[in-house]
Design a protein around this ligand. Sequence first.
Ligand SMILES: Nc1ncnc2c1ncn2[C@@H]1O[C@H](COP(=O)(O)OP(=O)(O)O)[C@@H](O)[C@H]1O
Ligand SMILES: [Mg+2]
Length: 269
Amino acid sequence: MRRIAFVNLKGGVGKSTCAATIAVGLAKRGRRVLLIDADAQGHATWTVTRGQGGGDVGLGEVLLRHAAAVDAIRPTPTVGLDVLPAGASLGGANIALAQELGRDTRLRSALVDVRGYDEVLIDSGPSLNLSTINVLTAATEVVAPVDAAMYAVLGLVDLRRAVEEIRDAYNPGLRLAGLVLCKARKDATSRDVERQLRETFGALVHKATIPLSAAVEAAHARGLTILDHAPKSPAATAFEALIDEVLSHGRSEETEHARRRPGTREDAA
Ligand SMILES: Nc1ncnc2c1ncn2[C@@H]1O[C@H](COP(=O)(O)OP(=O)(O)O)[C@@H](O)[C@H]1O
Ligand SMILES: [Mg+2]
């Protein structure tokens, strides 16, 4: 089971948008998907629940061991997509957990009982707090959304370091699997950032870039992803291309796994 975490230690770059939109898009293609919301602000949950939110029991309660993950998971209006919302205690859990044993690996432990999904997508907040550390410890791969308007390459240095540290300490299989340019404009700055990213990170940068689009904001205001709000828009088309890439990365991983272990078909979970 792939567990794809959307992480960037900057806020406002498109993490929640990517997590929610890719989750909905994968489910629309018949995948069974779980979206875990590890940001107390709950933006991704809002977007996949038509603004309903996820209720009080969620990841915070799971990390504090007040609830089992399977009991906190909720269906969404999109067939095939479930959500584990942030829950009422996620903000406080970051502080309460600091004194507890096994604080860094609680999400990974909690997910052992969660089965039956093709992909688990995890949204995260903008700081390297205990929720984000739990996300990195539980993930199999990290995708970093990057805002084409910012000096993106510098911000990614911290993220790379965090991924390496978590890999060494807890999660040897963790890898930075992709960078996605979000909110891309046609101006010179945006093109510069894109060129710089592709020069520095090469094939790690997804071919699909998500354009800055008022329709994306309008979709979110209604508690929808762009795929439901304006499925023929350029931003929706860009997300569909991104989802193709995410799925094909998964398939090449499977092939690689089978090559390394001839005769076995193991679930990576
Ligand atoms: N392609 C886009 N075009 C226009 N607005 C966008 C786009 N992607 C995200 N946004 C908006 O930018 C803001 C930040 O995006 P968000 O996904 O919440 O970032 P993060 O989760 O990294 O903080 C939100 O208001 C969101 O609606
Ligand atoms: Mg967010």
